[in-house]
Design a protein around this ligand. Structure first.
Ligand code: SF4
Ligand code: SF4
Length: 415
């Protein structure tokens, strides 16, 4: 599709990138069939092809309305459409740019979001990205949990202990991003990751100055704030990179997909471009690293025989299977360790969590969660495992079946 950029976007990095992405779309509509919001709403404008058309209109300077924004807001940014697209349309980047353009143009016309939406978005941006503040608020919520109405109780996970952090030092070191909400919501995920690698002779290092990966601000209408989060993390990690860490490990696929994009998003930053590219190159999901340790892992699991779980259902987060295009690794790893692991029907579809989406679009997020849980439960699992804190919390809010990170399962198997 040919796009003629409006004057305010011509020769800007975002404008030119968006134009090039739209240019690859041949309007075939293959993506529409795999779009979760199109499946629920049946409206072309709530599918990728329709949204691309809306963004093209906005990029060309044609009128944008609150309806344009609503259709873009309803997108989960699950990037299922990217996996389906035969023409290589990088929809995720396009919608990030398109949303900002539409928001800015509506603001210029004096059309603001309703106050409730603005407050909710501000609270999410400022609250979720401050681990101490978020941790304190969550602890208060957990204390008051029995008194909360069900709709709020669902959002507050039961407090769980972290388990011990390994104290041994190893010559082999890898960095790990602790994340912003994960240490409070499910503190055992980071500790379990550190314990698994400790058994394999690798020390996990956490840089305390690093915080949110930038996704919460970047995907919620604050690109400059998101880029600042990225720069802060690069500064926090750089001394460790210079000291020779082997990799930067991500155990939340939502953060992983963002950090892998630092190099691209900061490519025009004269100060940070080079370091951002190096950080992205060093970043790997935990499932990309562990296969290199397959043999010692098997030996450790064999020695701990008897702790093997029953059947588990694996829910691959969109940020893993579509955002990072990582498929099959977790299943192979768990199968190799003797776990009976099942993928459910429609495993390519989003569970509705999608970062802050379950808070901002609950009328779509909960039907998606319930569809996903029905498919997962149909495999008759003892537990559900996933790879992203958002999916884990969202799914757990709708089932009594335990939902945990797959690395916690491995940690328990190793004893
Ligand atoms: S990112 Fe997901 S929800 Fe958004 S258009 Fe693509 S498939 Fe649909
Ligand atoms: S599948 Fe790709 S090329 Fe076809 S309409 Fe969707 S985005 Fe465009």
């Amino acid at each position: 599709m040919q796009t003629t950029l409006a004057d305010f976007l011509r020769d800007t990095p975002d404008g030119e990138e968006a134009k090039s992405i739209v240019g690859k779309c041949v309007h075939c509509g293959f993506c529409t069939a795999t779009c979760p919001t199109y499946q629920l709403l049946g409206d072309e404008l709530d599918g990728p092809r329709g949204r691309i058309y809306l963004m093209k209109q906005a990029l060309e300077g044609n009128p944008v309305t609150e309806s344009t924004r609503l259709h873009l807001d309803r997108c989960l940014t699950c990037r299922n459409c990217e996996s389906t697209c035969p023409s290589g349309v990088t929809y995720g980047r396009l919608v990030d740019i398109g949303r900002q353009v539409v928001d800015d143009r509506l603001a210029a016309q004096g059309i603001q979001r309703p106050a409730r939406q603005r407050i909710a978005r501000w609270l999410l941006r400022e609250g979720l990205t401050r681990p101490r503040l978020f941790g304190a608020a969550l602890r208060m919520g957990q204390l008051a949990r029995p008194l909360l109405p069900p709709v709020l109780r669902n959002k507050v996970p039961v407090a769980t202990p972290a388990g011990p952090w390994p104290r041994r030092r190893h010559a082999r070191k890898m960095l790990m991003l602790a994340g912003c909400v994960q240490p409070s919501m499910s503190p055992d995920i980071n500790a379990a990751t550190a314990r698994v690698f400790d058994r394999l002779g690798v020390q996990m290092v956490v840089a305390p100055e690093a915080g949110c990966c930038g996704a919460i601000r970047y995907h919620n209408g604050d690109h400059p704030g998101g880029l600042d989060d990225m720069r802060r993390n690069i500064d926090a990690w750089w001394p460790h990179v210079e000291a020779g860490v082997e990799a930067i490990i991500m155990n939340a696929s939502g953060c992983g997909v963002m950090v892998k994009e630092y190099g691209h998003l900061l490519r025009n930053d004269a100060v940070y471009a080079e370091r951002a590219a190096r950080i992205s190159a060093l970043t790997v999901d935990v499932s990309e690293v562990l296969p290199a340790f397959a043999e010692p892992l098997r030996e450790l699991a064999a020695r701990a025989a008897g702790k093997r779980p029953g059947r588990v259902a694996w829910h691959p987060p969109c940020t893993l299977q579509h955002g990072q295009q990582i498929r099959g690794k977790v299943e192979s790893l768990l199968t190799d360790l003797g776990v009976d692991v099942k993928l459910c029907a429609d495993s390519h579809l989003c569970c509705g969590s999608a970062g802050t989406y379950s808070v901002l679009q609950p009328e779509l997020a909960y039907p998606l969660r319930d569809n996903k849980l029905a498919n997962l439960q149909a495999t008759e699992p003892e537990a559900i495992v996933s790879a992203n804190i958002g999916c884990i919390t969202h799914l757990q809010s709708g089932t009594q079946t335990p939902v945990l990170h797959w690395i916690e399962l491995v940690d328990r198997m190793l004893g």
